[in-house]
Design a protein around this ligand. Structure first.
Ligand code: ATP
Length: 200
């Protein structure tokens, strides 16, 4: 099975590209969905978060306040590291399980859409890496608009990841998403032609 890693920075357009691939019938494993699902599937993660960070990030019903927690950990990198140490092993293990299941089913090619593919060393398990790239300014503006963040919050989030310029160095394919969606789609179509060739 051919494994394609699709990555980028926060708000660089990974999900936009991923949707284009899904629309063309590609199988995409979404690491962000897995990150949400593990919180439900493995309640011990929440227990570990409570032990490490206290109950302040839970409302009166005991619901996890993800947004506040997100802002907190992105403001304090050491705290983010602690959180990642708790949750990443679960996410990685679920990703590997999903890959294995597709392999067993006889799938010939899958795409793993993972924002921190490289930071978490998952790129070494992939055959090809696609990086969805935008310049820093565009990234801040799109992130601010999409998540209704202040400029500082957006920048804190961007600083938590390896820069997109560094990620480019790992890419076999770069999709430049600075332009409009049509320009991106044209590039995605070329990528699809390539994937169809290697998938024969
Ligand atoms: P994250 O990893 O944070 O989920 P992402 O890389 O998946 O981010 P998207 O959600 O695809 O990024 O895109 C970020 C925002 O930018 C979205 O609001 C999206 O609609 C918008 N966007 C994406 N590509 C373009 C484009 N080419 N032109 C204009 N807006 C775009």
């Amino acid at each position: 099975m051919i494994k394609i890693g699709l990555t980028g920075g926060i708000g660089s357009g990974k999900s936009t590209v991923s949707k284009m691939l899904i629309n063309k019938g590609f199988t995409v494993i979404d690491a962000d969905n897995i990150a949400r699902d593990v919180l439900v599937k493995y309640p011990e993660i929440i227990d570990k978060i409570k032990i490490e960070f206290g109950t302040g990030f839970f409302d009166w019903r005991g619901e996890f306040r993800r947004r506040e927690f997100g802002n907190h950990i992105f403001r304090f990198p050491k705290q983010r590291k602690k959180y990642e140490e708790i949750i990443m092993p679960y996410i990685k293990s679920e990703i590997f399980k999903a890959i294995e299941e597709y392999e067993k089913k006889g799938e010939k090619l899958i795409v793993l859409d993972a924002p921190t593919l490289i930071e978490n060393d998952l790129h070494n398990n992939m055959d090809y890496i696609i990086v969805v790239w935008v310049d820093n300014n565009t990234q801040v503006i799109r992130l601010k608009n999409r998540d209704r963040l202040s400029r500082d919050e957006a920048i804190n989030r961007l600083n938590s990841q390896l820069s997109l310029d560094k990620k480019r160095d790992y890419a076999h394919i770069i999709i430049d998403n600075n332009g409009d969606l049509l320009k991106t789609k044209e590039q995605v179509d070329k990528v699809i032609d390539f994937l169809n060739v290697i998938n024969k």
